[in-house]
Ligand binder design. Structure first.
Ligand SMILES: *[C@@H]1O[C@H](CO)[C@@H](O)[C@H](O)[C@H]1NC(C)=O
Ligand SMILES: *[C@@H]1O[C@H](CO)[C@@H](O)[C@H](O)[C@H]1NC(C)=O
Ligand SMILES: *[C@@H]1O[C@H](CO)[C@@H](O)[C@H](O)[C@H]1NC(C)=O
Length: 296
């Protein structure tokens, strides 16, 4: 009985001190170590006597659980060096953690958001499909919504790795890449300086909204680029004024009529002979067989 009273008084005294001299309390409380294995020992953060979870962990400060990886770079930083499927959860992502393919090469962990290895998956998909993502491990679009959350949590590089029809490997790397939210139709907000061996025309897509056959947001009034190119993409209005619907079909490039709403479009029809073209540095046509695009 007596002892209980003493304990209560002691707590009361602590609270009093807390209100009058927070700094001192912190010093005092530092003698009590935090219990969890991933907790900060210093209880003085914000002058509140409390344990806090270390970065990368969340909880009440006593029980701290590991937060999911935010992207493949986090996976890489945690020591994983094997390419493969990992579960991530970008900052603010309203859904459940999801699986992505990670490529651990070229200096880090790259989050693959597009991949094409054969023609078994059509990329002529509608707005909802591009928003949510589609495909399988061989051919995929991760989804614009995920791409938005991914690219808004920190600065990203964009990389294309392309194997051409004659088997040569090419790449393009951009220093920055960011996709805005659906309310701006996933506008490509940022695209940094490029280096590499192919794909130098993507700059035309910077600032463009995303378009699909059922949501034509390109600036070209003459035709629906997403329909002509049979792809969802950040179609621009390149060559639009020179090209009229009557002449245009999505693969033929005629001297009188450039059918290109966009260049460096990696989502066009997949076909070694007829597919959408990637342009090399010299504007030479290079056919795409495999074009994983990834972020880091
Ligand atoms: C979009 O495409 C998906 C998959 O092909 C289909 O299930 C869905 O009904 C389509 N939605 C609209 C609005 O056309
Ligand atoms: C493949 O084609 C590209 C572009 O046309 C060319 O630059 C390259 O030298 C070719 N590579 C081989 C191995 O033939
Ligand atoms: C987004 O796209 C829709 C449908 O294509 C269009 O009505 C809307 O104006 C676009 N939003 C912006 C911000 O341009």
């Amino acid at each position: 009985m007596e002892r209980k009273k003493f304990v209560q008084l002691f707590h009361l005294a602590l609270i009093l001190i807390d209100m009058t001299d927070a700094g001192k309390l912190c010093d005092f409380a530092a003698k009590f170590p935090c219990k969890g294995s991933h907790c900060l020992p210093s209880p003085c953060k914000n002058e509140v006597r409390q344990c806090y979870c270390n970065e990368g962990y969340e909880g009440d400060g006593e029980t701290c659980v590991s937060l999911p990886y935010k992207d493949c770079q986090d996976v890489y930083d945690a020591g994983h060096r094997q390419d493969g499927v990992y579960t991530i959860m970008p900052t603010g992502w309203p859904g459940l953690p999801f699986d992505v393919s990670c490529k651990m090469e070229n200096g880090g962990g790259w989050t693959v958001f597009q991949r094409r290895t054969d023609g078994s998956t059509s990329f002529f998909q509608n707005w909802t499909a591009y928003k949510d993502g589609f495909g399988d491990s061989r051919n995929l679009w991760l989804g614009n919504e995920k791409l938005h959350y991914l690219t808004n949590q920190r600065n990203y590089k964009l990389r294309f790795d392309i194997t051409t029809s004659n088997g040569s490997a090419m790449y393009a790397e951009y220093q920055e890449f960011q996709i805005d939210s659906e309310s701006s139709n996933y506008t490509m907000n940022k695209l940094g300086i490029r280096s590499g061996t192919t794909g130098y025309q993507l700059f035309r897509s910077k600032g463009e909204q995303f378009s699909t056959h059922d949501r034509d947001n390109d600036a070209c009034g003459n035709f629906n680029c997403a329909e002509k190119h049979k792809s969802g993409w950040w179609h621009s209005n390149t060559w639009c004024s020179k090209c009229y619907d009557y002449y245009c079909d999505h693969f033929k490039l005629r001297s009188s009529c450039h059918t290109l709403c966009t260049m460096d479009n990696l989502n066009g029809v997949y076909n070694g002979a007829n597919g959408e073209m990637i342009f090399s540095r010299s504007d030479e046509r290079v056919r795409t067989y495999c074009s994983p695009s990834s972020l880091r």
